[in-house]
Write a protein that binds this ligand. Structure first.
Ligand code: SF4
Ligand code: SF4
Length: 286
């Protein structure tokens, strides 16, 4: 059951939650109509390669936990951790216990608690969706947040806490229910987490760890929730016709707002689409 002598904390048992990243996403490229200068094209290529490399690297962060048995933290531990994360451009940090029901089937997770990290995708780029400028920003944040998540997981491991990084491009557990449990936002009608700070314009990642976590802070999202219920722009304007008017509850209890195959198709045909990030009212900041 264990890999290299490290006992997983959980093994996903939810029959209806199977981890799939469509392989077509690993061969993303800019559309033929997109003409970029060499420097921008190189940057895009760097972010793409960095995303895929980080995704694979994060799956190996379970190694090195062989002797990590600490759980107690000092009173100023999280203050120092958050300072370090902010210096690395992380915009959101919160904490919640891992919810076993939202671990993908048969995947092994190391650590009983989840540190949730979030990073903004900048409005001046997202407002150009769909197109190369937005797509580059999407992959910039996948790469940067992925690298930061790995760095912070290694930091936790170095201090003696069993920890594992889960990359923003795809982790071993569903992010949405953990982000809402950590009180960082609501589940929007576009199937994305909507935060009061940036709407749907952020990526999320998780570090699972055995370190004891602070209590989740309470926040009131009732205004945000109400305006999302009234709005419906993403349902009306989704480029792929992928957003359900009435979300579907799957047998595993997960509420699905999106027809995933239609959305993936639009992502592949429209430079990672992301139009729903642009039209969502709380996303707009200029
Ligand atoms: S576009 Fe409107 S309905 Fe859709 S997630 Fe944003 S606020 Fe909610
Ligand atoms: S990415 Fe495009 S197709 Fe997918 S939900 Fe958003 S607008 Fe719709």
């Amino acid at each position: 059951m264990s890999d290299a002598g490290i006992e997983p904390t959980y093994i996903g048992r939810n029959e209806n939650l199977v981890f799939i990243v469509p392989k077509e996403l690993f061969s993303m490229s800019l559309g033929p109509a997109e003409i970029l200068d060499r420097e921008t094209a190189n940057l895009f290529s760097k972010y793409l390669r960095g995303t895929f490399k980080g995704f694979q690297q994060s799956r190996k962060t379970k190694y090195g936990n062989e002797n990590n048995n600490k759980t107690d933290v000092s009173p100023d531990f999280w203050e120092k951790f958050e300072k370090k994360a902010k210096e690395l451009d992380v915009d959101f940090i919160s904490y919640t216990p891992v919810n076993e029901n939202y671990i993908f089937k048969d995947l092994k997770v190391y650590g009983k608690n989840a540190i949730i990290l979030g990073m903004e995708m900048k409005w001046d780029k997202i407002k150009k969706a769909p197109g190369a400028i937005c797509e580059i920003e999407v992959f910039r944040v996948y790469k940067v947040l992925g690298d930061v998540t790995i760095e912070l997981a290694e930091y936790m491991k170095h201090l003696g806490y069993k920890s594992e990084a889960h990359h923003p491009f795809g982790g071993k557990l569903l992010y949405g229910p953990h982000v809402t449990a950590a009180n960082l936002g609501i589940m929007g009608r576009n199937g994305l987490i909507i935060s009061p700070e940036f709407g749907p314009r952020q990526r999320w990642s998780i570090i699972t760890t055995d370190a004891e976590i602070p209590k989740t802070k309470k926040r009131d999202f009732s205004d945000l929730q109400e305006s999302c219920i009234k709005c419906g722009a993403c349902v009306r304007e989704c480029k792929g016709g992928a957003v359900y008017e009435i979300p579907i509850e799957k047998p595993n209890g997960v509420i699905t707002h999106i027809d995933r195959s239609k959305c993936i198709q639009s992502i592949l045909e429209n430079n990672y689409c992301s139009y729903c990030l642009r039209i969502c009212q709380p996303s707009r900041h200029s």
